[in-house]
Design a protein around this ligand. Structure first.
Ligand code: 2BA
Length: 109
């Protein structure tokens, strides 16, 4: 058993969710926030048998696009800008950031 954690852009999450259901993968969708851009993204937790990992990775790849995203700078009128970016930053985000983890035990009560 493997646990796949896939961080994807919100724009791709519905399409990916439908594709996971169609392919009979069981997933949990979490609303997450990127540590760098501090904007919302979506993390899927997907438990599956090792034999289906390559199929799952391909499915994630097929449904997640990379996009350029500009992070709006925080307003200088805001009182506390500590640790926040104060100039526009354009970065390439995604398609998907994926972690494949070994699962010690899987229980479904
Ligand atoms: P964020 O942390 O908001 O990062 C968004 C994009 O900003 C990243 O896209 C990358 O292109 C850029 N970026 C991130 N950190 C940077 C830095 N220190 N300097 C310059 N540019 C930086 P992706 O690499 O495709 O990552 C998309 C999202 O996936 C990330 O959103 C984060 O939520 C997650 N992620 C990426 N790598 C991760 C890691 N090693 N561990 C945990 N989560 C990760």
């Amino acid at each position: 058993m493997k646990l796949i954690l896939a961080v994807v852009q919100d724009k791709d999450s519905s399409r990916l969710q439908e594709a996971l259901i169609d392919a009979d993968f069981h997933a949990t969708k979490l609303a997450t926030t990127g540590g760098f851009l501090r904007s919302g993204n979506t993390t899927f937790m997907i438990g599956t048998e090792e034999a289906r990992v390559d199929e799952l990775l391909q499915l994630i790849k097929d449904h997640c696009e990379s996009r350029r995203q500009v992070m709006s700078p925080i307003s200088s009128l805001d009182s506390n800008t500590d640790g926040y970016i104060t100039h526009p930053v354009e970065v390439e985000v995604g398609g998907a950031t994926v972690f494949v983890l070994d699962v010690d035990q899987f229980k479904h009560f």
